[in-house]
Design a binder for this molecule. Sequence first.
Ligand code: NAD
Ligand code: MG
Length: 476
Amino acid sequence: MFEYAPAPESRDIVDIRPSYGLFVNGEWVDPLGDERDKTVNPATEEVLAEFAVASDADVDRAVSAARKAYESVWAQLPGRERAKYLFRIARIIQERARELAVLESLDNGKPIRESRDVDLPLVAAHFFYYAGWADKLGYAGFGPAPKPLGVAAQVIPWNFPLLMLAWKIAPALACGNTVVLKPAETTPLTALAFAEICRQADLPPGVVNIVTGAGATGQALVNHPDVNKVAFTGSTEVGRLIARSVAGTGKKLTLELGGKAANIVFDDAALDQAVEGIVNGIFFNQGHVCCAGSRLLVQESIADELLAALKRRLSTLRLGDPLDKNTDIGAINSAAQLAKIRELSEAGEQEGAERWSPSCPIPDRGYWFPPTVFTGVAQSHRIAREEIFGPVLSVLTFRTPAEAVEKANNTPYGLSAGVWTEKGSRILWMADKLRAGVVWANTFNRFDPTSPFGGYKESGYGREGGRHGLEAYLDV
Ligand code: NAD
Ligand code: MG
């Protein structure tokens, strides 16, 4: 084992204000009500900043600003002009990448290695990619001159705060819509920094509006009568509520919800590579990933060998300070999420699965959960059925490819899956049979702005990313 010296990234590069207002019509405005909330650093429980909780009247103000900008400016601009703004935003994100990565790690708890090397490059790539589409919409396969929808109401979760913002805002703007976006209540800071970036890019006022708050603010936004499009990423439970309230209103809806992905390892797979893929599949971002490979399906003949190698690898993971560049596992995003992970893990033990974690010191303050593996898991166990959204892997075995398919598809979700095998024909056969929006072969959790992403069944509907992602923001 190596001895590691601490290698902390400095937080001096970020400038967090003690208190934030709302970003409406290109300006910081005080909320009409006086309700406020606080966001903490989940690694220390330190309060980072206070932010406004937008009321129905605040949401109304933001939607009006977006409507006005849509009608008077944004929808009138030729695509090549909209592209210039998006390219400018993408470049500013690259220039400020280090600052944004530190801010994301502070507010969310994710390791700086991930926010710096995964989140931020993907955020910039999304803006670059959709900037490229803005003047080519007539060639996207939706008719010669597809029209935007109008005002988009966008509600995002806390697991990839700035990346989910990019997934929502970049295609919306490229297509000529204006937006009101609500970040999650535990991670508003990078969205508020993005508001500054819109000003820096001279984006016309009202094209992007950011309102902060919790569920009630999100509800006011998606139910506002003057929005034309609702885009939501988050829990299936809230997705269901939104689908119900939007039904019959004529608003176009996309939902990106939960998952319980199978990561399937066949006996001919390259085992060391598969171990890395399993680790990346479920321990990346503390398992706060909707497409996480939370169910490992391993062929019975190699189960013992694979699990021994996996446990050896997990014993080398470093848990702790998210700003330390050597950290693999950061903090759990909130006390509520930690309670949920604990509850489901306890249920796993009670239902008879065997629980294992490497010995790893847990910091005294903050929200932490060690990497955890359950073996002897039955398909009926809660830890095999419910989304845990934490660093917890449930291991099941199979004997034949048909059994692997059956078990993988035995879930109400269908967001992603992984297949590890040497055989190309088996990869194609599996990809055809798996009811999942994304199927990775000999890799996992790989994202690319050119590739569509979205679910089957209770994982939601609609696609984000790629050419497909344009459809959600065009009147087609
Ligand atoms: P959530 O669905 O409650 O929150 C997601 C976003 O929706 C937040 O911005 C929240 O403020 C907002 N929201 C909450 N209630 C709303 C409502 N009625 N109308 C409109 N917006 C509303 O998710 P959560 O409570 O943060 O997490 C709960 C579980 O959801 C997690 O444990 C996990 O299983 C799942 N989850 C999935 C994803 C994903 O990417 N698919 C992301 C976050 C959480
Ligand atoms: Mg926070």
